[in-house]
Design a protein around this ligand. Sequence first.
Ligand code: HEM
Length: 472
Amino acid sequence: SHSRCQQTWKEPPGPKPLPILGNLLLIDLKRPYLSLFSMSKQYGSIFTVYFGPKKVVVLAGYKTVKQALVNHAEEFEDRDISPIFADFNKGYGILFSNGNNWKEMRRFSLSTLRDFGMGKRGSEGKIIEETHYLREVFEQFKGNPFDTKQPLNYAISNIISAIVYGSRFEYSDPLFKDMVVWSNENVRLIGSASIQVYNMFPWLRSWVRNRKLIMINRENSIKGINRLVEHLQETLNPQDCRGLIDCFLVHKQKLSSGSTLFHEQNLVYTVANLFGAGTDTTAATLRWSLLLMAKYPHVQDRVQEEIDRVVGGRQPVMEDRKNLPYTHAVMHEIQRLANIAPMSVPHTTTCDVHFQGFFIKKGTSVVPLLTSVLRDENEWETPNTFNPAHFLDKQGRFVKRDAFMPFSAGRRVCLGESLARMEFFLFFTSLLQHFRFTPPPGVSEDQLDLTPAVGFILSPSPHKLCAVSRSV
Ligand code: HEM
C-alpha cells in the first residue's frame, strides 16, 4: 500500500539541520559522544544528525548496534574514510581501507598475528618479559608520584614491535622514543575539534594547523618504519620469519608481482595501523586501571587478595585467568567504564539499507555509539558507576555480559582483541601483584578525576600516582 511504501523510505529521525552548520550547535565537538548519547534519549536508538553538511546515522543501545553490526554485517561493514584518514592512509592498510585491499590486509594480519602474537606461547612470553622491564621502571620512582603514561606507552609499543619487527627496543632507543611520541600525538590531534571541523569542511585544508602537525608526524613515522623495513629486508631469511614484516616480504616475493596487493604502501600503512590502533588503546586501558584501583582501594584490596591467594609470588600466566574471577570481573568493569573508543571507528553503508523500518542510503556515514552500549540502561544495573558485580554471579563466579562491547562487533571488530586481552591481563596482574597504587600524598581518593582527556581515544586526564612496592 501507499503508506507502507512511505514507511520503508523514511529516513531515521533527528534534529532539524541548519544550512551549512547542520546540527553543530547541538554538538560539543570536544565530547561529541556525550551529545550523541543524550540525543539518543530524545530521538531513539537510530537517528540522523548533521555534522555540518555531513549526514551521519547514529546507532545507539546494545540491541540496535548488535543488530546492525552482526545481523546486517555486510551492509554496515565499510569504513567511513573521512578527509583526515584519507590524507593519512591513502586507502591502504587495514583501518582506513575498504574492499579487496581491506579484506586481504586484514586476513594477512590476523593470520600472522595468530602465529606471532595471539593464542600461542610466543606472545605470552614476550608480554611477560616486558612486564619485568616495566616493573623496573615503576620501582625506580620508589613510591613517589609519577605520570604512568610514558612507561606504559613504551611497554605496550614494545609488544607490537616484537610482533611486527621481531624484537623489542630499549626504552632509551631514540628512534623508538620518537615513534611512540609521533603516534601518540597523532591520536590526540585527530580527536581535536579543529580536525573534526576539517572533516566537515575539507576545503579548509591549508588553514588547519593541527592537520599540518599530523602530516609531519605521519611523514616522520613512515620514514622510521621504512628504515626498519630496509634493515629487515637486508637480513631476511625466508626460512625463518622474525615478525610480521618478514612474513609480508616473503609473501610479496612468492606472489608474482604486478596485480598483487602486497606492495610497499600496504606494508607501511598496515604496520602504522597496528601501532596506531594497538598502542594508545591498550596503554589507555592500563592507565584507567591503575587510576581506578587508586580511586577504589577496597576493590584493589580484593584483587590483591585474590592474586596473592591464587598466584602467590610467582609470575602470573594466562592459565591463571580462570582461577581469578574477581580480578577478571574488575578488568571487564574497567573496560566498560573507560569506554576508550566511544564512537568506535565510523562505518559507512555498502548499499541502500532498510533497517528497523528506516531507509539508509548507500555510502551514509554510520556511528556505532559504543558509549550507549557500555552504559545502556536496559543492560546494566548501575550504568554510571564502577561496579565489578556487573560481571559476577551470586556465588562470585565470573559472568559474561552481551553488552560488553568495547572492541565493537561484526566484520570490523577489533583485529587485536585477543592480543589486547592477553596484554591487559598479564600487565594488570603483574603490576597489582608487585605494587599498591595510591593517590599522591595530600590527594584524597575522591579528588582523583575520572574526566577523560579530549581525543579520538579516551585516555585519563593527566595525573600522577604512587606505585608502592608490596612485599611478595
Ligand atoms: C579496530 C578497540 C587494541 C588493532 C578497533 C575498533 C575498536 C577497537 C572499537 C573499531 C571496530 C569497528 O570498526 O567497529 C580496541 C580496544 C583495544 C584495542 C578497546 C584495547 C584495549 C588493539 C590492538 C591492536 C588493534 C592491541 C593491534 C594488534 C586494530 C585494528 C583495527 C581495530 C587493525 C581495524 C580493524 C578493521 O578496520 O578491520 N579496535 N582495540 N586493536 N583494532 Fe583495536
